[in-house]
Design a protein around this ligand. Structure first.
Ligand code: NAD
Length: 363
């Protein structure tokens, strides 16, 4: 890759102006590293709504129309339904744009390979963003695991409870494509939101050599199924094991500014533990990070634990990276393929009654 950092603000286009635009935009607002030159969405209503944020930007119904317009674009912020990722991203890389893609990267390995090949052929950067890697309590959790503070890490677990009660409004159109994804075997809990949990596992403790899973199905309405309850366990190359349980508590009220999703990460060390108490929602009204060691509990009360801040910081990191080329991309296209393999190994295991599957052996 012969990437040359930009010595001027990056000219960026938003591709997809739906629900998650509201958070991805935070990395761009007031950021001198970027100039937003275009907004793309087939929905006239969305274009009209988002145009107010960027009066100087041109609007288009498709990325192809933007490419044909003569407006110079350096990088695309791609916020499309997952099923459109592979074709859409390949086209944008072919247009010569760098791409910051929302997770999940795509549904299968051939799609992923197509995107990686297009990035290489066009000498462009493909980043698959994961805002969780920019959530401050998770950063402190990682630091606690890597320090001697809780002794030697001996295991960890992740908990995730989805509710239908609380949080912001999600338009039915955003759910519709998620339901199609579920029919393709890529559910909203394990695959879509779950992508973040798998990313954090790889980021915290490195490559995984074995995955065992038991993924259920919960019918919540005619033609509407959720991939719960689900239990997924794995072993990292370093021998450390992780456990992740996913449930739905449909009527549990969860205070949330975003999705009603209660999440926890808890790492057990030989001398204590470190636990992130919440992320997307605000279920546990205690410090977002607590660390127990030597008979004492320390609570972190002043972390930036608003979930939206992780989007802001992920976006800023990407745009700064394009200006400097410094440091890890957090997360590269190749690293995202490891997350995809992790998820596919869980599906393969569950389909075979929970046997151990090595993500590297998925074809
Ligand atoms: N990081 C997170 O926590 C998080 C949370 C929610 C969604 N997401 C991801 O963000 C992405 C978008 O999700 P969403 O919830 O915003 O979906 P959404 O349905 O609300 O928005 C998608 C937008 O894309 C537009 N669109 C459709 N086809 C298009 C095309 N060809 N060109 C341009 N625009 C097109 C739609 O009109 C819509 O406005 C998905 O990958 C999703 O998994 C991530």
């Amino acid at each position: 890759m012969t990437f040359v950092p930009y010595d001027r603000p990056v000219r960026a286009a938003f591709i997809g102006l739906g629900r998650i635009y509201d958070l991805n935009v935070r990395g761009y607002v007031g950021n001198p590293d970027v100039e937003v030159v275009a907004l793309v969405d087939p929905s006239e209503e969305r274009r009209a709504q988002r145009r107010v944020d960027w009066p100087g930007a041109a609007t288009f119904a498709s990325a192809a129309d933007l490419a044909a317009s003569g407006i110079e674009v350096d990088a695309a912020e791609v916020l499309l339904p997952v099923v459109l990722h592979a074709d859409g991203v390949t086209d944008m890389l072919d247009f010569g744009w760098h791409v910051n893609l929302q997770k999940p990267m795509c549904n299968d390995l051939p799609e992923a390979q197509r995107m990686l090949d297009a990035a290489k052929a066009n000498d462009r950067i493909l980043r698959v963003m994961d805002n969780y890697l920019f959530y401050e309590p998770l950063h402190k959790l990682k630091a606690a695991a890597e320090s001697a503070e809780i002794g030697e890490v001996v295991g960890y677990h992740i908990k995730m409870v989805g509710s239908g009660n609380g949080g912001w409004d999600v338009p039915w159109s955003s759910f519709e494509w998620q339901m199609d994804q579920m029919k393709r075997g890529r559910g909203i809990n394990v695959f879509d939101d779950g992508w973040h949990k798998l990313t954090t596992a790889l980021w915290l403790f490195g490559p995984v050599r074995e995955v065992r899973a038991w993924i259920g199905n919960l019918a919540v309405g005619p033609g509407v199924d959720l991939d719960t309850p689900a239990t997924i366990v794995w072993e990292h190359d370093n021998g450390l094991r992780g456990v992740w349980d996913i449930t739905i508590a449909m009527d549990m009220h969860l205070r949330s500014d975003y999705y009603p999703n209660d999440e926890r990460w808890e790492i057990t060390g030989s001398k204590g533990f470190a636990r992130v108490n919440r992320c997307t929602a605000r279920a546990i009204q205690q410090p977002s990070l607590e660390i127990y060691a030597n008979g004492e509990m320390r609570g972190y009360h002043a972390l930036d634990d608003d979930w939206a801040s992780s989007f802001r910081d992920s976006g800023r990191h990407w745009l700064r990276w394009l200006r400097t080329g410094d440091g890890p991309l957090l997360w590269s296209g190749e690293e995202a393929v490891d997350v995809l393999r992790f998820a596919l190994a869980a599906y393969a295991s569950s389909a075979s009654g929970g046997i151990g599957v090595n993500p590297r052996h998925i074809t």
